[in-house]
Design a protein around this ligand. Structure first.
Ligand code: ASP
Length: 418
């Protein structure tokens, strides 16, 4: 309850920071060139505040990603025992996530939310895109410590996944390592919360500087980003989840969406997959009739690693940032976004705003300016609601499909006390 209250008030503060920043920027913008006070003091001060916020976000990435992925991978349970169900679940999670990013990228290319923003200073910063084979080869680290030091995110993620799974095979002694990373991950989440507490000021400063340079013309692109993410989420749920349920469960999409609506709505409002998990499990068991065995493995795993909405959002936002900063992204670069965003969404914690932190990972590994975070942060809460709703709904769809392919008949099985 307390954290929910805190979340709401942070959300409110970020929105206020965003609006005030735009107001200040728009009012101050025309005066800056003629005022040594504004150009010599206020703008540099705002720049400093914004950059400190961005640097603190960057500081979180390596330890947060490493520890949370080790814990996520280890939460798979005993891979041998889970065998077939585990493989099926993970394959479905990965495929639906990749499709979600593809939808996000398609909408980003189609709607072009960032085109025309012309934010200067970053043109030409994109890494030259590598052939896909090289991208694939490059994700395996020869020296993981070197990858950590250099912040090579793909290599860090691959090593962390190996580490988590290997820790499981190592039995009791491995569990101690996982427990240590669990503790580190907790500390990193708490550090994330502290730094997110600075978001209203960071967002205020960053957007004020941007608005002072570019005026009100920056508002339309934000509306387009929101539209792209919401349309993408609706398409993904309407096409992919409906399709899966119809094909595998022999049930109508309407029946399925009705069955999980409490979980979907709670996810939208709380913006937390983890927080929604108890309701997700209850809906899937009571309204869809999935067994306890399957739901208690598939759903907690999904709340940790399956984030279709987050992945879709990262696709849209990566293109938005690239367009806003005038950085061209060719086909190869967009393909590498699919790989990075799939992995990033696996490492995203099911808590409000986590996807924004992971967006820094997608941006840096694609060679896009991390300043883009400052653009997205102001509207992130609105995007978070839609993406969390899809994250949770996606878990339930995969759970229903896994149950159906394991021979379960999906019929309501309400065990709630009358
Ligand atoms: N809030 C999302 C979730 O809990 C994660 C994110 O920020 O993308 O699923």
């Amino acid at each position: 309850m307390a954290s929910k209250k805190k979340g709401m008030s942070l959300l409110w503060k970020i929105s206020v920071g965003f609006v005030l920043g735009i107001l200040l920027g728009v009012i101050m913008g025309p005066m800056v060139p003629n005022s040594p006070f504004l150009s010599g003091w206020i703008v540099p001060l705002l720049n400093a505040i914004g950059n400190i916020f961005l640097t603190l976000l960057k500081m979180l990435i390596v330890p947060l990603v490493f520890s949370s992925i080790v814990v996520g991978a280890a939460s798979i349970g005993d891979p041998k025992a889970l065998g077939r169900i585990g493989a099926k679940t993970i394959a479905l999670y990965l495929v639906t996530t990749a499709v979600a990013i593809a939808i996000g990228l398609a909408l980003g290319n189609l709607m072009q939310p960032g085109v025309g923003m012309n934010i200067a200073g970053a043109v030409g910063e994109a890494k030259p895109s590598q052939p896909l084979v090289d991208v694939l080869l490059g994700i395996f680290p020869s020296n993981p410590i070197d990858s950590l030091v250099k912040g090579n995110m793909l290599q860090i993620i691959v090593f962390a996944l190996f580490f988590g799974v290997a820790a499981l095979f190592a039995g009791e002694k491995g569990r101690r390592a996982v427990a240590a990373f669990e503790s580190i991950a907790e500390v990193m989440y708490s550090m994330t919360h502290i730094i997110m507490g600075l978001a209203p000021y960071g967002v205020f400063a960053l957007i004020a500087v941007t608005a002072s340079k570019y005026g009100l013309s920056i508002l339309a692109p934000f509306a387009k980003v929101i539209a792209a993410v919401y349309i993408g989420c609706a398409l993904h749920a309407g096409l992919v989840y409906s399709g899966l349920v119809t094909a595998f469960c022999k049930r109508s999409p309407l029946w399925y969406f009705k069955g999980v609506q409490e979980a979907s709505i709670t996810a939208f409002v709380t913006r937390s997959s983890s927080g929604t998990l108890p309701i997700t499990i209850a809906n899937v068991r009571d309204n869809l009739g999935v067994s306890e065995g399957i739901s208690s493995f598939v759903l907690p795993l999904g709340a940790t690693i399956n984030m279709d909405g987050t992945a879709l959002y990262q696709g849209v936002c990566a293109l938005f940032v690239a367009q806003a900063f005038g950085v061209p992204l060719d086909f190869g670069a967009q393909m590498s976004i699919i790989v990075t965003a799939t992995l990033a969404s696996i490492g995203t914690a099911g808590v409000p705003g986590a996807g924004l932190i992971m967006l820094t990972l997608v941006l840096t590994s694609t060679g896009l300016p991390i300043e883009g975070i400052g653009l997205v942060a102001g509207i992130d809460a609105v995007l978070d609601a839609a993406r969390t709703c899809v994250n949770v709904t996606g878990d339930t769809a995969v759970c229903a499909v896994v149950a159906a392919t394991e021979g379960e008949t999906l019929t309501p099985n309400d065990r709630r006390p009358a």
